[in-house]
Write a protein that binds this ligand. Sequence first.
Ligand code: TXA
Ligand code: MG
Length: 321
Amino acid sequence: MPIEKATPETIATAARYIQQGGLVAFPTETVYGLGADATNDLAVAAIFSAKGRPTFNPLIAHVPNVMVAERYAVMDDRAKKLAATFWPGPLTLVLPRRPGCLISLLVTAGLDTVALRCPAHPVALALISEARRPIAAPSANRSGHVSPTTAQHVDADLGDALSLILDGGPTEIGLESTVLDASGPVLTILRPGAVSAKDITEVTGEAVARAVPIADEADRPNAPGQLASHYAPRARMRLNAVGAEPGEGLLAFGPVTPDTTGPVEQLSAKRSLMEAAANLFAALRRLDETGVATIAAMPIPMDAGLGEAINDRLTRAAAPR
Ligand code: TXA
Ligand code: MG
């Protein structure tokens, strides 16, 4: 389907598609999103069917600012402080749905909470503003697949289902946003991302809990999106590998042992977590394309924020499916 370079004109066209109930893929600073009008049930249903996503897994609604967020969610002082600090940016807040909230119940999968994020990417912000409605947008990949960090990744996974793919080049962060449940008394990270627990504690003065991934989503319908297996390439994953065995592809982080023979994708030769996060999903896709049966991943340090987030994605990619 049409990949168009993001310009004021193509963004205006995309906003019209959204208003008419269509699906548009667009860049954010984290990954590409598969967007639809969050207040239009039919349009939101089309997201689920394009992704092949279980309908009990709710979506993030993207908003242009805190003021608009407050139309849809109840924001206490703590939530406002978090939004004021980290928006626009890679933090999604799970908040109580405001009574009369116009966001489709399909977006929130019938929960009494809503996940809101104000993305930092100028193309995403322009699109949300021009569409004049919140945009529901999961990552623009088929459900369970690796998230897309380029317009070409989106096209490969979902091209046929989309009205338009806005191309804003490779995404800067490369990993999905931190999802923070701020709807209850204890702040809980549901998905680690670039904004770390420490960053959140620094702003709120509160300790932050971490939800544990589960094997079967149906076991915990109130905490969706915690599936142990997710973000999966086709190949099997072997974690904490020193190097690749014959027949394996290597996902490298730093210097590679000289006897390596198979395909290698270097996440960051200088061992930068920022660089590794930005390269991760594209590297997994390229290794998959070589046809190797197993991807051996070198260890990544568990540093707060991106280190933790990269390890989270690798662990899920390696989980039994
Ligand atoms: O970086 C990102 O967040 C990207 C870009 C496009 O913004 N979006 C993204 O969306 O990753 P998605 O749908 O792939 O992931 C949304 C996550 C899922 O794990 C989902 O279960 C969780 O947020 N989520 C959404 N609403 C929720 C809610 N009400 N309660 C708990 N978790 C929720
Ligand atoms: Mg996703």
